[in-house]
Design a binder for this molecule. Structure first.
Ligand SMILES: [Zn+2]
Length: 80
């Protein structure tokens, strides 16, 4: 089964902590892929959370890889 990998950050609002999809990395099957840091500029960057409507500053270090069998829209806040 093909899985889709995304770069995401976790919302910094304490009561929210939603995963925010920032960038689609690509599909992969089987082995965990080796990903390079995405070109998200500037660093830090500001990202709005569509679930709590607050925006926070994030750095490249806040980024994580998240995979899903589903196709997600950028900016989406899926349940994890
Ligand atoms: Zn939020």
């Amino acid at each position: 089964m093909t899985t889709h990998a995304y770069w995401m950050v976790l919302c910094k609002t304490p009561d929210c902590r939603s995963a925010i999809v920032l960038r689609y990395v690509g599909p992969y099957e089987g082995d965990p892929p080796a990903f390079f840091l995405p070109e998200i500029e500037p660093d830090p960057f500001e990202q709005m959370c569509t679930r709590c409507d607050k925006s926070h500053k994030y750095t490249q270090g806040d980024l994580g890889v998240w995979s899903s069998p589903y196709t997600l829209e950028l900016g989406e806040t899926p349940q994890i």
